[in-house]
Write a protein that binds this ligand. Structure first.
Ligand code: AVI
Length: 322
């Protein structure tokens, strides 16, 4: 029986150690996103099966005038985006705000400085009128300082149904963190992927070209590279399951055989039985009742919402409950 090392050199080491020594085994999806993971995610967003991106783009394009009107008030505002990425969808709204000559600053926050620099320079070319102030950091850390960034009214943007990668309990904590940084005048604009035909959801997370499989397996690639491990990627299959009752899509890597994997940096050998799983990600799907409940638990209320033509996806505007 191995004893747990008392010191880990990083949260990644500790989380991998804990996850692979648990029963059932798991790995945290946030670790998929290194440079390679970010690139694969860009490919996912461009896949025909991954409807989420186009639905949200469609909502922003068709409702940009109404959205702009709701978020603008006397005295101007700061538009703060958490997890800005390449800003493709946000640019639709930015363009509308510029065309209407509204007084606003755009403050994108992302974990990757690289992504932020690219976003800044693309905005300079495409919509030079936007006043951009990039901010590198994690959501939670940066949220704590959110109130320090600005003394103007805030409109906080969280696109891409990123909240869906959190269990409800953590989603409430995330929303509560945002709520605590808000005043009665501020707004939160957030995307939530909706419950729909289960097959449509399974197809989005199990594409024929194997891009989602590569995305999921990037966890193993990262452990091999950063923790000197010997996972054989071909010995695992990507498996997607969707429970229409809870609205939870779950991704797994399943071991095809009895096997042992050495993770040298952790001085650990992990044994897998044939068909044993590693749970890697949840992608929660919502309906109005669940979104209302999450908001209520976090001290927020829904002001209004916008949906795409198929009702696949919704963007909600929340206010702080007073
Ligand atoms: C980032 N996140 C909202 C994506 C999702 O839909 O859960 C990540 C993803 N996983 C597989 N495909 C896309």
């Amino acid at each position: 029986m191995k004893t747990t090392p008392t010191t880990f050199q990083s949260a990644f080491e500790e989380d991998v150690y804990k996850g692979l020594n648990s029963f059932p085994k798991y790995l945290l999806s946030k670790y998929i996103y290194d440079e390679k993971g970010d690139k694969i995610f860009q490919q996912i967003m461009a896949m025909p099966e991954y409807y989420l991106t186009n639905c949200e783009l469609n909502i922003l394009e068709s409702h940009k005038a109404a959205i702009a009107e709701i978020i603008n008030k006397e005295g101007g505002f700061d538009l703060i985006e958490l997890g800005a990425g390449d800003g493709k969808k946000t640019k639709v709204l930015l363009k509308e705000l510029v065309d209407k000559e509204y007084d606003f600053n755009y403050l994108p926050i992302d974990i990757s400085q690289n992504v932020l620099e690219e976003l800044k320079s693309s905005l300079k070319n495409e919509i030079p009128e936007v006043n951009v102030k990039i901010q590198q950091g994690t959501y939670f850390k940066t949220l704590e300082n959110l109130t320090d960034y600005t003394n103007r009214r805030k409109v906080i943007l969280v696109l891409g149904s990123n909240i869906g990668n959190l269990l409800h309990e953590n989603a409430i904590e995330f929303l509560r963190n945002i709520q605590e940084a808000m005043t009665a005048e501020d707004m939160l604009f957030m995307g939530f992927d909706q419950k729909k035909d289960p097959q449509k959801i399974l197809d989005a997370y199990n594409d024929a070209a194997g891009i989602t499989e590569a995305f999921n397996k990037n966890l193993l690639t990262r452990i091999n590279k950063e923790l000197d491990a010997d996972f054989n990627l071909d010995n695992f299959i990507h498996w997607e399951a969707y429970d229409p009752e809870s609205g939870t899509a779950k991704s797994y890597l399943v071991s095809k055989a009895n096997q042992k994997v050495a993770i040298n940096k952790l001085d650990l050998e992990v044994s897998f039985d044939a068909w044993e799983s590693i749970h890697t990600e949840i992608s929660q799907k919502y309906d109005d009742a669940v979104v209302e409940w999450l908001a209520e638990e976090a001290g927020l209320e829904i002001q209004t919402s916008f949906q795409d033509k198929n009702d696949y996806y919704k963007n909600y505007i929340f206010r702080k409950k007073i």
